[in-house]
Design a protein around this ligand. Structure first.
Ligand code: F6P
Length: 384
């Protein structure tokens, strides 16, 4: 694999003694398992100290006297790997290049990155391990270009990060979504209803597609395949059987009808050049679909929005193990001075890729790929 070195300032790192880990963006099950692995690998194998920046970059932006950069030792992380959330907290607004501050009725944005660099120096941090999704990886890349030795660990329930087969968190979200679809079957059957399950995933349909197949959905709608509502209606009408004509639709939050628009709840925040910024909040795709079906089918149509349940709870064993492998590999990457890179799963191996290959390269479902073909072969209507 080609090792590309980006144009950057001279790194301040010499010998590594203290590393800092942060969990940026929205949480995903498995963050604590990464922290656990990083602390154990760094202290046991290399004898390094580990500190954590609380609430993503917030810990490093805040003045050191506020105590938001905390020591992490083996005692502190014992027993956390099976817990969801992050003991360090997460933030998808603490952006050092566009740090929001409330001013009267409006929000103003400040460039705090120099303050953050000073604090990194103050805390004696020799290298950073940033755990996050596309936004965090773009900040990791920026930090590295500023001369801070940084490595990335891919996290998101959406599985939409390039450069890796899987992000941790996805498997747990998939379990929750599949469980919910399984549960919707019985009640849908009892009332002959059409149930729409709206799942997360932003602009990628990984959760919807996998959960739709696993949960035996009749229809799966994903952002990568804008749907034709006539096909959805035709499929539902074809479901009539001797005992029941209930139907299950899994609708990704980013799914939309061909020629239509993605359903957005809140617009995107301030964008900074070179960074994947604070993204728009998606939501309402299920309700939108319901409005398009109204009066066109005889069924009572109900919408269940799974929401943050998909991000909550304990990580699955798969996510715990993947997170442990990523955490351990990230520490080894620091030891090898593999900065500006992200650990990655290239099944069955853990490898590393340049952050520049990851940032701004979304990883979407291939509409003509094998997994979509499998869904179609099972009789799943994909909407187009
Ligand atoms: O990226 C993970 C994710 O859960 C998306 O699937 C979802 O659109 C978004 O985050 C929700 O973000 P928030 O918790 O900030 O509303």
């Amino acid at each position: 694999m080609a090792r590309k070195t980006p144009a950057r300032k001279k790194s301040r790192s010499k010998k590594v003694r203290r590393i800092c880990i942060m969990t940026g963006g929205g949480d995903a099950p498995g963050l604590n398992a990464v922290i656990h692995a990083v602390v154990n690998r760094a202290t046991r194998t290399y004898g390094w100290e580990v500190v954590g920046s609380e609430d993503g970059f917030e810990g490093l932006i805040q003045a050191p006297r506020n105590g938001k950069v905390v020591p992490l030792d083996r005692q502190r992380v014992k027993g956390i790997a099976m817990q969801g959330g992050s003991i360090l907290g997460c933030s998808n607004v603490a952006n050092p290049w566009a740090y929001p501050k409330k001013h009267k009725d409006c929000t103003r944005y400040f460039d705090m990155h120099r303050t953050m660099l000073k604090h990194i120096e103050h805390h004696g941090i020799d290298a950073m391990i940033m755990v996050g999704g596309d936004g965090s990886m773009s900040m990791a890349q920026k930090l590295w270009e500023l001369g801070v030795p940084t490595v990335g660990v891919p996290k998101t329930i959406d599985n939409d990060l390039a450069g890796t087969d899987r992000t941790f968190g996805f498997d747990t979200a998939l379990h929750h979504a599949t469980w919910a679809i399984d549960a919707l079957h019985t009640t849908a059957h009892a009332h002959d209803r059409v149930m729409i399950a709206e799942v997360m995933g932003r602009h990628a349909g990984w959760i919807a597609l996998h959960a739709g197949i696993a949960g035996g959905a009749d229809i799966v709608l994903i952002p990568e395949i804008p749907y034709d509502v006539k096909r959805v209606i035709r499929k539902i009408r074809s479901l009539g059987g001797r005992w029941s004509s209930y139907g299950l639709i899994v609708c990704a939050e980013g799914a939309y009808p061909g020629g239509g628009r993605i359903s957005v709840k809140r617009k995107a925040g301030k964008q900074v050049e070179g960074l994947v910024g604070h993204q728009a909040k998606l939501g309402g795709a299920g309700e939108h679909l319901r409005s398009l079906l109204a009066g066109k089918i005889p069924h009572d149509v109900r919408v269940t929005v799974l929401g943050h349940i998909q991000r909550g709870g304990s990580p699955t064993p798969f996510d715990r193990i993947l997170a442990a492998r990523f955490g351990s590999a990230a520490v080894d990457l620091v030891a090898r001075s593999g900065f500006g890179r992200m650990v990655s799963l290239r099944t069955p191996h853990i490898v590393d890729v340049s952050l520049s290959e990851v940032v701004g390269q979304p990883h979407n479902v291939d509409p003509t790929g094998e997994i979509v073909e499998v869904a179609r072969s099972l009789g799943v209507e994909m909407g187009a």
